[in-house]
Design a protein around this ligand. Sequence first.
Ligand SMILES: *[C@@H]1O[C@H](CO)[C@@H](O)[C@H](O)[C@H]1NC(C)=O
Ligand SMILES: *[C@@H]1O[C@H](CO)[C@@H](O)[C@H](O)[C@H]1NC(C)=O
Length: 211
Amino acid sequence: MALQGALMWICSLAVLFSCAAPDETLQCGYNSLTSNLKGAVECEDSLLLSWSSEERAGLLLNLRNLTNKLNSLQLSECQNAEPKKCPQAEVLTDGGLLCVTVSNKRYCKPMCNHGYDFSFLRRSRLYEECSEQTGFKWQSQFIGGNKLAVCHKAHIQVSGGASAYFSKDQDCLTTKSNSSLIESAIMGGFMSELRSAGVQGEAENSCLLCG
Ligand SMILES: *[C@@H]1O[C@H](CO)[C@@H](O)[C@H](O)[C@H]1NC(C)=O
Ligand SMILES: *[C@@H]1O[C@H](CO)[C@@H](O)[C@H](O)[C@H]1NC(C)=O
């Protein structure tokens, strides 16, 4: 009886521990999820077709949910940027938004992925500003909102400056997933554009958001 009691106690302790310390390495661990996903992407079509149509739809549903979740969490990357009175500008679908604070002014540069173009001509308008001088509002072609620009499907890309487009094999997410690409290709270029417009000061709170 005593032994049984002790065993039960050990078991409930084990259950307790597995709850208190959920298996994060398996469920929410980045490395295992990434390698499983990469592995699945490389599976032969015939293998993927061996799953039932319900299984494939269920997987798509989970992926869509995860995508939505990651996209909404993405916004926290630009949180607390100075000046705090500036609202976060909307992220462009099929493109990205590159933002930086210099001398307490927030600058955001809308960019489109390859195969997309801006709906308004903005060749000489590389970025938008939000600062005390603008009344902590975004100066934008879309008056009175936080939408800075829109990317729509296009065969040729003519409406924006050359640096406002991600290259064909380096779209926003590809760029963002590679820190050296962000620094060299994207952020460095943006900073020299700001410098040549006379913007002086250190770059702070920089972030790239992909839509
Ligand atoms: C996915 O999201 C939908 C609605 O957005 C929800 O009904 C469903 O339960 C979610 N599925 C999972 C597996 O989280
Ligand atoms: C990041 O980009 C650089 C420059 O294109 C490339 O050489 C490097 O292999 C990339 N790194 C990863 C992890 O993809």
